[in-house]
Design a protein around this ligand. Structure first.
Ligand code: FAD
Length: 364
């Protein structure tokens, strides 16, 4: 029985892979979507962050996208989906069917702007479909991903650049850079994807990365197999440090498309420049590269602004999370965070967190 003041048992923020998977397991364990579990998402449609990715990112160019738990009941699978379709369309379509099939009742658009303590419970404030709203809850599952928190490293002169600066999260299509001198910054798959798309469109293309790119022998990235990657993320999360970049620890798989680009000399990265000037970038040795546009494929940080009133941040710069739960506050769970920031990791987090949520509720 909920106390009178408590509207619901669990609020999940975010209906991407992590939020949906948590909602699925909570439903399977007997909680009712819409009453016991309220799922809020600020996106206009289904698909989590995938709905915002650029059209040229085809399913076949993405890393492996894992099916959500229970997706087999729908008779669809990312494994067998047409690989030439834009990943954003396929994911949005399959997530929509999934939400409908399991009646997960996602409230959208509903942007959570703050969560604060409310006696023994938590109060979640959001701008919902009908305006400002709030819901009190006993447990919070934060599954907000990283797409809304793009990271751009600072370099001297950054603000004086006269051309266009775009981050992965606002890149739309190569055509926007037709005939331009473009510098792509970053050492991961997104940077490489942009170089492949811009190869015959830009007038001049330069690639820079902070460290030499490690091309793997595998065709497909297995985020989980990278011994270091998941372990390093987990270690940082447990110690409450800022999370390290995933790409810096996994390397880039050598798909046929990427190998061909290496062979024709497209994928040779220069070291990072040392400053940005109004019309280009300059290296420490004085070399200058003119640029009309800088594309920052420099990654993301977890999106956690709305949790600021809860004061979960550690001096070390991050929040301390182990096994998906905050080490400071046992009412708050993090799905898809750190070591779980992949579609397979998010699935697993959903199950692990749902079990712990059930246990916590039974003790409240
Ligand atoms: P998201 O999909 O980002 O979902 C978070 C949801 O929370 C969003 O719907 C957002 O609208 C909502 N939200 C955020 N803040 C708020 C708020 N304040 N209030 C309300 N709602 C909010 N992983 C793979 O396994 N395979 C891949 O091929 C792959 N490719 C990738 C390509 C790119 C370019 C990037 C950036 C990442 C890729 N990833 C890939 C990682 C991928 O993002 C994760 O695997 C997974 O999709 C993330 O799921 P999520 O649920 O944690 O986050």
């Amino acid at each position: 029985m909920l106390p009178a003041a408590t509207d619901t048992s669990v609020v999940i923020i975010g209906a991407g892979q992590a939020g949906l998977s948590t909602a699925y397991y909570l439903r399977r364990f007997g909680l009712q979507p819409g009453t016991d579990v309220v799922l809020l998402d600020r996106g206009p449609g289904t698909g989590g962050a995938w709905q915002f990715r650029w059209e040229a990112l085809r399913l076949g160019f993405a890393h492996r996208v894992n099916d959500l738990p229970g997706m087999e009941e729908l008779g669809v699978s990312f494994e067998t989906a047409e690989r030439t379709l834009p990943a954003r369309d396929v994911v949005a379509d399959y997530y929509r069917r999934y939400e409908e099939h399991y009646e997960l009742q996602v409230v959208r658009p509903a942007e959570v702007y703050s969560v604060e303590n409310f006696g023994a419970d938590l109060m979640v404030h959001f701008r919902g479909p009908g305006g400002d709203d709030q819901v009190s809850t006993r447990i919070l599952v934060n599954a907000t991903g990283t797409w809304g928190a793009p990271f751009v490293p600072w370099y001297p002169g950054l603000r004086n650049f006269r051309g266009r600066q775009v981050h992965t999260n606002d890149y739309r299509s190569a055509e926007e850079f037709a005939g331009q001198k473009v510098v792509v910054i970053g050492g991961g798959t997104s940077a490489i994807g942009f170089l492949l798309e811009l190869e015959h469109v830009a007038d001049r293309l330069t690639w820079v990365a902070r460290r030499p790119i490690s091309f793997l022998d595998e065709q497909e990235l297995n985020i989980e197999a990278g011994k270091s990657s998941v372990a390093l993320q987990d270690e940082a999360a447990r110690e409450g440090r800022a999370l390290p970049s995933i790409v810096s620890t996994t390397g880039v798989p050598r798909s046929r498309r990427i190998q061909a680009a290496i062979d024709r000399g497209l994928l040779s990265a220069r070291p990072m420049f040392s400053s940005i000037e109004p019309d280009g970038v300059r290296w420490a040795d004085g070399t200058f590269e003119p640029a009309d546009a800088l594309i920052w494929a420099t990654g993301f940080r977890p999106e956690l602004r709305h949790l600021a009133p809860l004061k979960l941040r550690e001096k070390a710069g991050g929040i301390a999370v182990g096994n998906g739960v905050s080490w400071r506050d046992g009412r708050i769970f993090f799905a898809g965070y750190g070591p779980a920031a992949s579609t397979i990791g998010a699935n697993r987090a959903g199950r692990v967190i749902a079990r712990q949520v059930l246990t916590s509720l039974s003790h409240l």
